[in-house]
Design a binder for this molecule. Structure first.
Ligand code: C5P
Length: 230
C-alpha cells in the first residue's frame, strides 16, 4: 500500500476530482480538508469513495466526547479511509471516538493531531501548556496510543522521538514533506520523502509538490521513484 497521501487543497470540487482522477485511485491516498469539505460537502467524499479512492477526511474533530463520537460515525458512514481528532480533546473524547468506530463494520483509521506545527512554545504557554513542544507532543502521542488510536499526525522532526515513545504498531502521518529539488513554500522545517520514511513515518502528506506541479503525475512518479515505490 502506498505511503503517499496527496492533499487536495482546492477551493472547488472539480479541480480536486480532476487531479485525483489523473493520478488514479491505485497510486496513493487523498486528503480532503476543511476548506474543500466546507465548500463542497460530503457529496465529493461520497463520489470519490464510490470511485475507489482512499479518502483521508482531515477535519480534526475536537468537541465533547458524544459529539466527536457521532461525527466519527458520520465520517465512517461516508466510507472514508482515515479521519482525525485533536488529542487535546482529552482521554474521554479519544476513547469515545475509538469506541464509536469499534462498532463499525469497516472503521476508518483514527489518528490524532498532537500539537499543531503552527504553534511555538510561547503559544503553548499562552494556552497553559508548559514544557517544551516535544514534551507536549510526546505526552499527547502517548495518550493517543493509550486510548488505542491508530496513530498520530506529527512533523517530520518529531518522527524519531514519537516512534521511540509509542513503539512500532502505531501509524505516524507526516506533512511538511518536500522532494529534494522542490522549493519549501511556506513550510518551515521540511524533509524529503525518503528521509521521513527512513525515520519511521508510515504516511506522508504531500500537497503542492504534486498539486501545483506542471505535470502532477510526473511529479508523483518522481516521488515514488525516490522512495523505491515504483
Ligand atoms: O502543500 P503542502 O505539501 O505544504 O501541503 C501539506 C498539507 O498538510 C496541507 O493540507 C496542510 O494543511 C497539511 N498540514 C501541514 N502541516 C501540518 C499539518 C497539516 O502542512 N502541521
Amino acid at each position: 500500500m502506498s505511503p503517499l497521501i496527496i492533499a487536495l487543497d482546492f477551493a472547488q470540487p472539480e479541480p480536486a476530482l480532476a487531479l485525483a482522477k489523473l493520478l488514479g485511485p491505485e497510486r496513493c491516498h487523498f486528503k480532503i480538508g476543511k476548506e474543500l469539505f466546507t465548500r463542497s460537502g460530503p457529496a465529493l467524499v461520497e463520489e470519490m469513495v464510490e470511485q475507489g479512492f482512499d479518502v483521508f477526511l482531515d477535519l480534526k474533530y475536537h468537541d465533547i466526547p458524544n459529539t466527536v463520537a457521532q461525527a466519527c460515525l458520520a465520517a465512517a458512514d461516508l466510507g472514508v479511509w482515515m479521519i482525525n481528532v485533536h488529542a487535546l480533546g482529552g482521554r474521554k473524547m479519544l476513547l469515545a471516538a475509538r469506541e464509536a468506530l469499534d462498532k463499525c463494520s469497516k472503521p476508518p483509521l483514527l489518528v490524532a493531531v498532537t500539537i499543531l506545527t503552527s504553534l511555538e512554545r510561547v503559544d503553548l504557554y499562552g494556552v497553559g501548556l508548559h514544557g517544551t513542544l516535544e514534551d507536549n507532543v510526546l505526552r499527547l502521542a502517548r495518550l493517543s496510543h493509550a486510548c488505542s488510536l491508530d496513530g498520530v499526525v506529527c512533523s517530520p522532526h518529531e518522527i524519531a522521538a514519537v516512534r521511540q515513545a509509542v513503539g512500532t504498531d502505531f501509524k505516524l502521518v507526516t506533512p511538511g514533506i518536500r522532494p529534494a529539488s522542490h522549493p519549501q513554500n511556506d513550510q518551515k522545517r521540511v524533509m524529503t520523502p525518503a528521509q521521513a520514511l527512513k525515520l519511521g513515518a508510515n504516511y506522508l502528506v504531500i500537497g503542492r509538490p504534486v498539486t501545483a506541479a506542471p505535470n502532477p503525475l510526473q511529479a508523483l512518479l518522481e516521488i515514488e521513484a525516490s522512495i523505491g515505490a515504483t
